[in-house]
Design a protein around this ligand. Structure first.
Ligand code: NZQ
Ligand code: ZN
Length: 380
C-alpha cells in the first residue's frame, strides 16, 4: 500500500445548506452559474441559489444536456472569455458538473477546447468552481474527473485533472425530491458500479479500502430494497454513499478496473443509453469473462456483501446476485436500444474502442479487443 491522498473539496451536507454558497465564493468574483434543462427551476434550487448570490455579480448559462457535449460547452467557454468570468457554479447532476469542469479548464486555453480531452492541452490551472448537487450518482461533485461527448464524432471521453476538483460542494438531499424514479435508480446503480470498479479486482488485504467498499455496497443494497419507502433519511444516505463511492478514498492504493465504464461509454455515445444502464449491461458479462483474475474478490463480495455461504460456485452465485439486484430495480442487463442484428452492434462498439485506443482494459490490461468482443457478444 503506497499512496498520497488529498481531497480538498469542502462538503456542505444537509437540508438548507445552499445558503453556504454566499460565503464559499469570494465576494469580488464574477460568477457564471451553469445548469441543465431547467429541473432546478421546478424544485426551488434555482431560487435558493440566486438568493444566496444576492451580493455577488453573476450571470447564467443553461442548457447543458445529459451527457454534456463539447458543442454546447464551447458556448459557455465563449461567455467566460468575453465576460471575464472568475468563478463557476455548477447546479445539477454529473453532466452539469462535468461540463462545468470542462469549461473551467478549457476557458484558460487559446486553442480548441477538445485539446483538453486529447491531452494536447494539459491544464496547470483552471477557473475555480463550486457545485450544488441535485442528483447523487457520479461523485463528480468532489472528484477530479469529467466525461464529455463530441457530437460531431460520437466520441464520449474523459479527462482527469486536480485543477478542476470543486472548491466546495453543497449536498442538500431535498434537491433530490423532484428526481424521476429512473434517475434515482440510475444514481444507485452508477454508485454501485463505481465501488465495484475499485473493489472487484484481486484481494489486496487493504482492510480500510476493502472494508469501506463493502459498507458502501451493503448500503446500496439496503437502499435498493427500501426504494418504495423513500424518506429524508433514505435520500441523505444515498447522497452521501454515492459521494463516498467516487471521491477517491476507496481507490487509494488499490488496483482499479474501469473497463465496464470504458465499454459502457460507447453504448451511450452510439445509442444514448443512460450511463448507469450501460454499466448494468456490460458488467455481469465482464465479470464472468475475468473470473481467472477476479474470482477471489467476487467470492469475498459474495460472503461480505450478499451474505452468501461458501461453495464451489460462490463466484457465479455472487454474479447472479448482482444481476438480481439490477432486476429488482428494473434495470435491464441486456441492450434493448438496438433492434435487429446484434453482431453489427458489437462491431460498432469494437470500432469505437479501437478508435479510442482502448486496446487493453482492466486492472491487468487483460481485456483486449478480442476479449471485449466476447464480453459484448454475451452482454448484448
Ligand atoms: O438537465 P436537468 O433539467 O437538470 O435534468 C437532469 C437530466 O435530465 C435531471 N435532473 C438532475 N437533477 C434533477 C433532475 N431532474 C429532476 N430533479 C432533480 N433534482 O436528470 C437528468 C440526468 O442528469 P445527469 O446529470 O446527466 O445525470 P448523472 O448525474 O447520472 O450524470 C451522468 C453523466 O456523468 C458522467 C456520465 O458519463 C454522464 O455523462 N460520469 C461522470 C463521472 C465523474 N465525473 O466522475 C463518473 C461517472 O462514471 C460518469 O461517467
Ligand atoms: Zn459511472
Amino acid at each position: 500500500m503506497k499512496f498520497s491522498y488529498v481531497n480538498p473539496t469542502v462538503i456542505h451536507f444537509g437540508q438548507g445548506q445552499i445558503v453556504q454558497i454566499t460565503n464559499s465564493i469570494p465576494k469580488d468574483s464574477k460568477v457564471l452559474v451553469i445548469y441543465g434543462g431547467g429541473s432546478i427551476k421546478k424544485n426551488g434550487v434555482y431560487d435558493q441559489v440566486t438568493a444566496a448570490l444576492g451580493d455577488h455579480e453573476w450571470l447564467e448559462f443553461s442548457g447543458v444536456e445529459a451527457n454534456p457535449t463539447k458543442e454546447t460547452l464551447d458556448k459557455a467557454i465563449d461567455i467566460v472569455k468575453a465576460e471575464n468570468v472568475t468563478y463557476l457554479l455548477a447546479v445539477g447532476g454529473g453532466s452539469v458538473i462535468d461540463g462545468t469542469k470542462y469549461v473551467a479548464a478549457a476557458s484558460l486555453h487559446d486553442g480548441d477546447s477538445w485539446d483538453l480531452i486529447t491531452g494536447v492541452y494539459k491544464p496547470e490551472t483552471a477557473i475555480p468552481l463550486g457545485v450544488v448537487l441535485t442528483l447523487p450518482a457520479t461523485g463528480s461533485e468532489s472528484n477530479m474527473g469529467a466525461v464529455v461527448t463530441k457530437k460531431a464524432t460520437q466520441e464520449k471521453l474523459g479527462f482527469l485533472s486536480p485543477t478542476v476538483r470543486p472548491a466546495f460542494a453543497v449536498l442538500d438531499p431535498d434537491a433530490m425530491k423532484t428526481l424521476p424514479e429512473r434517475q434515482l435508480i440510475n444514481g444507485l446503480v452508477d454508485a454501485w458500479v463505481h465501488v465495484c470498479e475499485q473493489y472487484i479486482t484481486s484481494p489486496t488485504g487493504h482492510m480500510v479500502q476493502e472494508g469501506y467498499a463493502e459498507v458502501l455496497l451493503r448500503n446500496l443494497i439496503v437502499l435498493g430494497d427500501s426504494f418504495e419507502q423513500r424518506d429524508d433519511a433514505w435520500r441523505a444516505n444515498l447522497m452521501w454513499t454515492a459521494n463516498q463511492a467516487l471521491n477517491g478514498l476507496i481507490g487509494t492504493g488499490m488496483p482499479q478496473d474501469w473497463a465496464t465504464h470504458m465499454i459502457g461509454h460507447q453504448l451511450t455515445a452510439l445509442w444514448h443509453v443512460d450511463h448507469a444502464r450501460s454499466l448494468a449491461i456490460v458488467q455481469p458479462s465482464l465479470l464472468r469473462s475475468q473470473m481467472e483474475f477476479k474470482q477471489g474478490k467476487i467470492e469475498q463480495m459474495g460472503r461480505n456483501v450478499f451474505g452468501l455461504s461458501s461453495s464451489d460456485d460462490l463466484a457465479e452465485r455472487t454474479i447472479n446476485a448482482i444481476e438480481a439486484f439490477y432486476a429488482k430495480l428494473k434495470v435491464d442487463t441486456r441492450l434493448s436500444e438496438v433492434e435487429g442484428d446484434k453482431s453489427e452492434a458489437v462491431e460498432a462498439v469494437i470500432k469505437k474502442l479501437e478508435d479510442n485506443g482502448y486496446l487493453k482494459l482492466g486492472e491487468n490490461q487483460a481485456i483486449t479487443i478480442d476479449v471485449s468482443r466476447q464480453i459484448l457478444e454475451n452482454a448484448l
